[in-house]
Design a protein around this ligand. Sequence first.
Ligand code: DGJ
Length: 716
Amino acid sequence: MISEKNGVFELSNSEISYILRVNEYGFLENVYFGKKIEYTESIKNSTVGRGHEIHPAGYPNAPAIGNFAFEYSTPFRGDYRTHAIGFSYEKSGIRGDDFKYSSYRTIEKDFSSPLPKCRGGQTLEITLKSTCGLEVKLFYTVYDDVNAVVRSALIENFSNGAVELNRAYSFNLDMPNDDYDLSGLFGAYLRERNIEKSKLTRGIKTIDSKRGESSAIANPFVALSTFGATEEKGDVYAFNLIYSGNFEFNVELDEFDGVRVNGGVSSFDFGYRLDRGESFETPEVALVFSDGGFGKASRTFHDLYREYLINENFVKKPRPIVINNWEVTAFDFTEEKLKRLADVAAETGMDALVLDDGWFGNRNDDTTSLGDWYINEKRLPNGLKPVSDYCHKKGLKFGLWFEPEMISPVSNLISRHPEWAVRSPDVTPCLGRNQLTIDFSNPDVTDYIIDIISSHVVNDGLDYIKWDMNRPMSEYFSSSLGSERQKEFSYRYILGLYKTLKTITERFPNLLIEGCAAGGCRFDAGILRYCPQIWTSDDTDAFYRENIQYGTSFCYPLSTISNHVSASPNHQTGRSICLESRANVALLGVLGYELDITKFNESEKNAVRQINERYKKDCKLILEGDLYRYNKEGLKVETVVSKDKKQALLKAVYGLKGLSVSANRVKLVGLSSDKKYKVVETGEIYYGSALINRGFILPQAKVDFDTFIFRFEQTE
Ligand code: DGJ
């Protein structure tokens, strides 16, 4: 619900309030964000006497500017905290101005740009005007059924000349400190998205990416939580940017215990020129409040993204169980081998064959051919069609790997279009995995990619694409942009990526595109708008993988987390884990396989058939249910509870087997207390109240990395 009275805006649902007001000096301030409260005019922001400070222009006796809880903060006007916008007027060199409240209206959101946006809800637009001609429109979307506020900004130039933006964040939020801890999802390639918490201390903590991708190093996610917050208790404010490129979040604790959180597109190498009448649109950011710890915050993100962001053609549909040939053959496959994989896939209840890297150009290793998206005739003399037809006859879908954003220095494409590679003129470019990025900020490039992918979809009968991206960016340069616009490159690149994904998904609504960036180097909500699932990591060792999936679930729904059962011993870690446990780890998400199933004996085939049958039965619950986590040293438990609470599925994953260890009791807090539940695997009956309050006792690990699955079904 959105209401306005005397310059006070209340955005609320039955659980949260987000309150803004226009203050006496015309600035838009935040009054409150958190658990639902009732507003009266007595609620005012506190101001403290600050010596040696600056006052609003024209109001020398007003409280110092540093007191104000700005909804969009500006530099050079007495607010010394991190600002949300930075600009310079070309003619005058002016870099500081006040942005004051002008007007508001409720609007229908504009979905014409390819920037991913949340659907639904109600949207408030507030316009702030500056003296010199820049205007900022702030957008706030609120939902009756999700405890989130989705924000973004549009910056428009109404002055007589050009303005360069050097920062244009999506949001700014000022609130009082409440002894907060700060958490983020940090990692690296092969060890993505581990939740790390530390005390919020004085100064500025910046979480960012300058890699051209949202990155495995720091996900565009940050959370503030009250001291001691757990999975189920405590207040959590969590922020997630719906964007796939360079970003930054700043969390600042100031000298009077004010907390400022802001962020958006990174200001690293950012300069966006606005000629008169032009505008800049920021990505959206989701602001979530939970009074039920990190678990409730995660469930809120999951609901928001499943209901209102992720590609609606797939989000609630069962996903195909794939066999992917990468960890089976790498580049060394033949038509025959692919057909044998398809045979066993069909026999064991899988749904799709995905042909990975190596089917195109002269690609036999990772040194050539990216960009040459035509058949590698040495490897597949009959082309792709026979494999695709074979799959379709067997009732399987057929998927194909592309790395559309890349070009190899050894490729036909680069000979034809040297200007399409991202590199600075006269400077030797840096390579990553022997390749260069192709310039997605150039519409000629994206048109070419859209056409070539479309022709494969049609001619080779593709049902599925794996969209890979295997190097971060280094040089930020586009031959299609003039020298005065080079600092627009990284933002325009991501817009080009979204435009390409949008066009392809609209043209082929039944084509499932799985996101991938060397595994999980670009796992973000922006990609999820178009790709309902993302290959979570190149780390396929079930034990390590569990940590990655667990961390990923802090923000992203299980329905987006793509996992494959790989070979044992694992080719990366050498660790041996039994098939059942590898499958159990992969189960909570989108299940697939990436091992040589043609070598399965009958008993392995039977086991996999059963795993797949069971997954198909559990799939709706896994993709649509509410997730509850429990974590202690050596044990991770994830329980998915259906929205109607009639069913639940618990997965427990142990680390090293201990001796003389205590019992593990997990409280299944998501169940209905007054209903009885049957444990399918044991036949035991419990009241929900007992499982919630006394807990469910897990079996001890019998071996290292043991796993258990239990299903709970309401009996009355
Ligand atoms: C990186 C991906 O994450 C892998 O799954 C595989 O597709 C390789 N690229 C292929 O080059």
